[in-house]
Design a protein around this ligand. Structure first.
Ligand SMILES: Nc1ncnc2c1ncn2[C@@H]1O[C@H](COP(=O)(O)OP(=O)(O)OP(=O)(O)O)[C@@H](O)[C@H]1O
Ligand SMILES: [Mg+2]
Length: 502
């Protein structure tokens, strides 16, 4: 890609960006949230057209104005936010829009199935073709997306933040799949914020900042620290300063909670814990061990079967998200697009979602738009949500990481007594992670209680004062942070016993 420039209105998202990817390599693209990575790839995939610039594939200049053009040139893309039809099966999703027919109007499922099974074998991945998308894990959904691209004959595969939704095990599996694709002659362009993954998987890396090229480096000649510095333009601190402080009283408690999933299977099995003011209580665990159901029950999004939840002495079991908010609980949800934001609303509107009906944002049934806007202006500045003046921008038009920053800004600005943070830094760049971690620890230092649920073991270890390990719907153990390390927690996460003599 040569001299790629792209404007959204007056906003210049990309300015004369260059990208050169060698055939048969894995090339990563690194940059802060909002740097323009997804936009650049969307241009390559024909999702957007650039205002100026040229694209060459195998040496010849190409006009790519629709994804169809890209697919015909052997370019496939797996998007940052998946684009699957939930009630359809895996098979139906893979062939959607590219159905082979026996006679016109009749889909040849047998033939499609054979082709997909062949591909799955070649690249060593298991997928259940007859499962519905809504019933499979995110990791599996991602394989469906990759398979969709391979099915359409992709030779160049673009992966936009493929690992931000995966568990550590799934990440290793994906990297294996990527390596086997490259062995089979494919070329991969991958966007990721995780520097360790770039070091492990890639041959080269192109860094962009605020829509401009910063550097292109060979992985063998660089380091995680250098990449971080290139990307953010300053040194990044990977550790969080945490002062020792006395915790207060237990303000939030869960007592003998049992929760079932939609199919009536017990996912949270008789769990009890309490969180004190000024304490970060972290829950570690491999995805699927009950985190989601535990969170949903606490947030009143799912009924608890038995047990109770109390906030500052008030029983809030099976109430409503509104009631939770009234009792001083705010949430940074796991899925920013589904439950964090109303994508069609502006950033300013999203920043007051829970309290839009209250003073000062509403008086006598009328909204005070000036106050709503001012509130957003302050938060955008404080939390560095980009682009700079996005008060009236549709939340859906923000980059993924900036959507996340907006949600975090809103949650903290509500000044909750208990902040529930689920995967709070998913999809954030290292600079923004540093910022969010500081903000969470800052809340703790102000005497707030924090419940942190994260699949990133490193994050749980770094922030928590106490760590509970969720395994199979129960706490395998609750450890003091000073007694916890990666090995010990890792063992518990895998269902091992915490035996001192072992
Ligand atoms: N459809 C759109 N309309 C208006 N602005 C947009 C649109 N798409 C992207 N932008 C803006 O362009 C900039 C680059 O966005 P992009 O999604 O490419 O960032 P990114 O590097 O992928 O960030 P992230 O790491 O957060 O995903 C952002 O400031 C974003 O708000
Ligand atoms: Mg992006």
């Amino acid at each position: 890609m040569q001299g790629i420039t792209k404007y959204f209105g007056d906003f210049c998202a990309l300015k004369e960006v260059e990208l050169a990817v060698r055939a048969g390599t894995i090339h990563s693209i690194l940059g802060e949230n909002g740097a323009g990575k997804t936009t650049l790839m969307n241009i390559l995939y024909g999702f957007y057209t650039c205002d100026s610039g040229k694209i060459f594939v195998h040496g010849s200049e190409q006009e790519i104005s629709t994804p169809k053009d890209a697919i015909n040139l052997g370019i496939g893309m797996v998007h940052q936010h998946f684009m699957l039809v939930e009630p359809y099966t895996v098979l139906q999703n893979i062939i959607l829009g590219d159905e082979t027919t026996k006679i016109p109007g009749i889909i040849d499922y047998k033939k499609a199935r054979r082709k997909i099974e062949g591909l799955a074998q070649a690249y060593h991945f298991n997928i259940d073709l007859d499962a519905k998308i809504q019933d499979i894990t995110v990791g599996m959904q991602q394989r469906v997306e990759i398979m969709k691209a391979l099915y359409r004959g992709a030779e160049i595969l673009i992966l936009d933040e493929p690992t931000s939704v995966l568990t550590p095990q799934e990440i290793d599996e994906l990297i294996d799949i990527m390596h086997s694709m490259v062995k089979n002659g494919k070329t991969i362009v991958i966007i990721t914020h995780k520097l360790a993954e770039i070091m492990k998987s890639s041959d080269e890396c192109t860094v962009i900042r605020k829509g401009k090229n910063v550097a292109s480096v060979k992985i063998e000649d660089t380091s995680e620290n250098e990449l971080a510095e290139l990307m953010v333009g300053r040194k990044v601190h990977f550790t969080v300063e945490k002062e020792n402080r006395k915790t207060g009283e237990v303000i939030f408690s869960v007592d003998r909670l049992t929760v079932e999933d939609d199919r009536g299977i017990t996912k949270v099995n008789d769990i009890s814990f309490g969180i004190r003011a000024g304490e970060i209580f972290g829950i570690a665990g491999v995805d699927g061990n009950g985190q989601q159901e535990l969170f949903e029950a606490i947030a009143s999004l799912r009924k608890a079967k038995t047990g109770s939840i109390h906030m500052k002495g008030v029983n809030i079991t099976n109430t409503s998200p509104r009631e939770m908010f009234e009792n001083g609980i705010c949430v940074i949800p796991e899925d920013r697009q589904k439950s964090g934001l109303v994508l069609e609303f502006t950033v300013a509107e999203n920043m007051v979602l829970e309290k839009i009906g209250r003073a000062p944002f509403s008086r006598h049934g009328l909204l005070d738009l000036k106050k709503i806007r001012k509130n957003a202006t302050d938060l955008i500045r404080e939390y560095d949500v980009r682009p700079e003046h996005c008060e009236d921008t549709r939340a859906g038009a923000l980059s993924g990481g900036n959507q996340q920053k907006a949600i975090i800004a809103r949650a903290i600005s509500n000044d909750p007594d208990l902040l529930i943070a689920v995967q709070p830094t998913r999809g954030l760049d290292v600079g923004a992670i540093e910022f969010v971690h500081k903000a969470i620890v800052g809340q703790r230092n102000q005497g707030k209680a924090i419940l942190l649920i994260s699949l990133e073991l490193e994050e749980v270890l770094k922030l928590s004062d106490r760590i509970a390990v969720l395994y199979n719907g129960k706490f395998a153990d609750i450890l003091d942070a000073k007694d916890a390390d990666e090995n010990r927690i890792g063992l518990l996460m895998a269902g091992g016993k915490n035996d001192e003599n072992a």
